[in-house]
Design a protein around this ligand. Structure first.
Ligand code: ZN
Length: 462
């Protein structure tokens, strides 16, 4: 079943203060054309270019996700993005009169309310998805973070946090579908520990933080003179009661509000993949930087998926391009086309190709009759063709470009290749600058290295 893309019906405005910068700001959501995605625009900067909400534009993580382009930044985008993605909106322009969206009540709910007020409408374009096809894992030993993404028919999130201090402690939540987002997650607010607040203020963060836009968990004993300082810190005359879990004894909106807020942050950060995801994301002790790393991995998976779909190859059969597709991509035809299949490809990074060596290959007739051995130069040529597929899929306008190999170094033939062998080529891109590319290739038969080379190629117009 194909779904249509969505945007909002009309402009809607919000006013407030940025959480970290403390800057007064006006935010306007505007409808946007199909296939334009989510974009931010700074109206306070002269002729500023839009900043697409994509992971490649993440310039900084500082207690929030920061996007930037051409020197302009937008801080703390995650709650706005969560509201947009949570409502399954595809195309929208977010205008800001300063460098950070308003914090509102510290949750995504006010943005959800504004977007719903504007009205949501379907557009004349099909929605694209990232279908997670194989398990993806992220692990950080230092921060004890684990994130796993597995295939699923829709976006599902399972989140676990464990804070050493019992005021938050261990919490768990599960979102089985985005249909639960508005009611169960969007209102969960930003939180922090009291012991962190002064440090954050000193780092120039949470300048706009008050008890009306964040839940502060009390994780240490308070002395009477702490109260004065806290009053100044939060611009608020709070009555701090010891023995209570939140500052000023503010009630929680959900029993496990912190982990639900982490889920909101994750939904916002995953919007940076650029398309909605069909997959189950399981997170233990995540934060913005790990969320963004996973978004980066998912964005790569999406680029690979787009290539596969563009050339009409069947997925789920263990390879991404079949021989006919490789023939369309490369300027060679049989017998000079020496790659049968592309098994894996990540643009600008790596490609894995396959060649089945059969007795019928024309070169065996003349190459050592009675003792057929695949000529080493053809192994290297096949390796180069595999690299060519990677290179052509790493550039724009590849239909009008051609790849020439200009150099080979460190070529080694380690073992002979004979009919019946299946060669696996693994080529990684080490450098790609101004049309010049350096790649390292290795060829294996049954897991044994048979040949290797460093290759230099240039991309030129046809
Ligand atoms: Zn947040």
């Amino acid at each position: 079943m194909t779904e249509r893309q969505k945007t909002i019906s009309k402009r809607v405005d919000l006013q407030g203060t940025g959480l970290h910068t403390g800057h007064a700001v006006q935010l306007s959501f505007h409808p946007a054309e199909p296939n334009t995605g989510i974009r931010f625009r700074r109206t306070d900067a002269a002729d500023s270019a839009d900043i697409p909400a994509l992971v490649e534009n993440v310039v900084e993580i500082s207690r929030g996700t920061v996007l930037g382009k051409n020197g302009l930044k937008v801080f703390t985008v995650e709650h706005v993005l969560a509201a947009i993605a949570g409502l399954k909106l595809d195309n929208i322009l977010v205008e800001l009169s300063a460098d950070e969206p308003p914090v509102m009540d510290g949750s995504a709910a006010p943005f959800v309310a504004a977007l719903k007020e504007a009205g949501i409408e379907e557009q004349d374009a099909t929605r694209d998805y990232l279908d997670v096809e194989k398990t993806l894992t992220y692990h950080s030993e230092k921060d004890a973070i684990d994130i796993v993404v597995v295939p699923s028919s829709e976006l599902r999130i399972t989140y676990m946090i464990d804070y050493t201090h019992p005021s938050i402690g261990t919490q768990y939540t599960s979102m089985y579908s985005l249909a639960e987002f508005v009611e169960e997650f969007s209102a969960a607010r930003t939180f922090c520990l009291l012991s962190e607040t002064e440090q954050l203020k000193n780092q120039g963060l949470i300048q706009g933080g008050t008890l009306d836009n964040a839940v502060v968990f009390v994780d240490r004993e308070l002395a009477p003179d702490d109260l004065d300082r806290l009053r100044r810190l939060f611009h608020h005359d709070c009555s701090v009661q010891l023995g209570h879990s939140t500052l000023d004894d503010r009630p929680l909106r959900f029993r496990n509000e912190p982990v639900r807020h982490k889920t909101v942050d994750l939904i916002g950060d995953l919007a940076l993949v650029g398309v909605p995801i069909r997959g189950h994301v399981l997170v233990a002790r995540g934060g913005h930087s790990s969320h963004v790393e996973v978004a980066r991995m998912l964005r790569k998976a999406y680029e690979t998926q787009s290539l596969t779909r563009k050339y009409g190859s069947k997925s789920g059969r263990g390879y991404v391009f079949d021989s006919q597709t490789v023939e369309k991509l490369l300027p060679h035809t049989y017998p000079m086309l020496l790659v049968d299949r592309i098994l894996e490809i990540t643009p600008l990074e790596r490609v894995v190709g396959l060649k089945n060596v059969t007795r019928n290959e024309p070169y065996f007739n003349g190459h050592f009759p009675g003792h057929p051995v695949m000529p080493g130069v053809l192994i290297i040529e096949a390796m180069g063709q595999t690299g060519g597929v990677l290179l052509l899929n790493s550039i724009e306008d590849s239909e009008n470009k051609v790849v020439y190999f200009t150099g080979l170094d460190n070529v080694k033939f380690r073992k002979t290749v004979i009919p019946g062998d299946q060669i696996r080529f693994e080529v990684v891109m080490n450098l790609f600058r101004r049309g010049l590319c350096k790649m390292r290739g290795e060829a294996f038969v049954d897991g044994v290295l048979v040949a290797e080379a460093d290759m230099t190629a240039v991309v030129v117009d046809k």
